[in-house]
Design a protein around this ligand. Structure first.
Ligand code: NAP
Length: 320
């Protein structure tokens, strides 16, 4: 039986990946910063509560990681833990940079020292590309990050490559573009739009307050994207892969689509300059050819179809 460690197990991707790996008969060890405050919410939702071993592990503490590696000798380590919000990173730049880079360095250094052959997946982000000269971006596009979050992910990305090239540690950077699901954190755009729209529909909110919605992003469906994470660690050689849908849509169109689906008036959309980011990318989408050809990853969903799924699921769960 293969053993996989997943950090950030309580997050959206952690839960879907845990579900995928348990279905494939992995022994899954999930790491959380605090077992005291550990939330079973996502596991209960996906019906996977009993199979996962939960361990408290502070990824900023080198010895905590060493203990986990020695105890479980994992075949695979999926590093999904991070302060993952771009918006919060502008409010907490130091915390974001410290956590998102030091944690990765600690994992790689532990794996290198113990030499257990553990394969590492590092959750990199399309935000690393930032200001680009041309679209779509691919694995060779230079990085020009525009937020503390993006800088932290770019730094972690290069740390991963450095350990791969210098020490032959099997480290894959999966460069993921926005991907959504019912389990997405409430502060993220798509979840916030759908949730607030339902609240308006049921008389519990008066308006949807948003920042700059005249930007375009490449959005996908989280359960499909975690499959690419797993595929990337099954290859002979460690490499970097862009995981994306291949097209971008305006945030404004996501709101209009959701409002129209729920018969809400567009007059209830409030664009608030206070919510604008200090700097933002106008458009971002990627080329997923390498992931499709080399990993055999399959993705062809339109994001409007994904929105239909998410609106329906949120509606069903609204009163629970
Ligand atoms: P998420 O829902 O925000 O979950 C991240 C997890 O990291 C949390 O559940 C938390 O678990 C842990 N964590 C550790 N340190 C943290 C800190 N300082 N602040 C907040 N949480 C912290 O993220 P996700 O959407 O599943 O994404 C997984 C990974 O992919 C992240 O590294 C993210 O940056 C990256 N990524 C995501 C997307 C996307 O669209 N979802 C796109 C590109 C890259 P505990 O509290 O239990 O420790």
């Amino acid at each position: 039986m293969k053993v996989a460690v997943i950090s950030g197990i309580t997050g959206q991707d952690g839960a879907y990946l845990a579900q995928l790996l348990t279905e494939q008969n992995y022994k899954v060890v999930g790491l959380t910063r605090s077992s005291h405050n550990f939330s079973k919410k996502n596991f209960l939702y996906l019906g996977i509560k009993s199979e996962i071993i939960i361990e408290e592990c502070d990824l900023l503490d080198f010895s905590s990681i060493i203990k986990i590696l020695l105890k479980y000798k994992p075949d695979e380590f999926y590093n999904l833990a991070a302060q993952s919000s771009v918006g919060i990173s502008f409010e907490q730049p130091i915390g974001t940079l410290n956590y998102n880079t030091q944690s990765v360095l600690n994992i790689l250094e532990s794996v290198r020292i113990l030499n257990l052959g553990t394969r590492i997946y590092q959750a990199s982000s399309s935000e690393m590309f930032g200001r680009v000269q041309s679209l779509p971006v691919n694995e060779l596009t230079p990085l020009h990050p525009l937020s503390p979050y993006a800088i932290s992910k770019a730094s972690a990305y290069w740390i991963g490559i450095n350990y791969r090239e210098s020490y032959k540690v099997f480290c894959v950077n999966g460069i993921l573009f926005n991907h959504e699901s019912h389990l997405r954190g409430a502060n993220f755009f798509v979840k916030k739009v759908i949730r607030t729209s339902l609240e308006i529909k049921h008389g519990r909110a008066n308006e949807l307050r948003v920042g700059n919605i005249d930007v375009k992003r490449d959005f996908g469906y989280a359960p499909d994207y975690v499959k690419a994470m797993w595929l990337s660690l099954q290859q002979e050689k460690a490499d970097d892969y862009l995981i994306c849908s291949g097209t971008s849509i305006f945030l404004r169109d996501i709101i209009y689509y959701t409002f129209d689906s729920l018969n809400l008036s567009r007059a209830l959309i409030v664009e608030d300059p206070a919510l604008f980011r200090p700097i933002d990318m106008d458009d971002m989408y990627g080329d997923n050819t390498k992931a499709k050809e080399q990993l055999g990853w399959d993705y062809s969903r339109s994001f409007f179809d994904v929105l239909d799924l998410l609106i329906e699921e949120e509606d069903q769960n609204y009163r629970r």
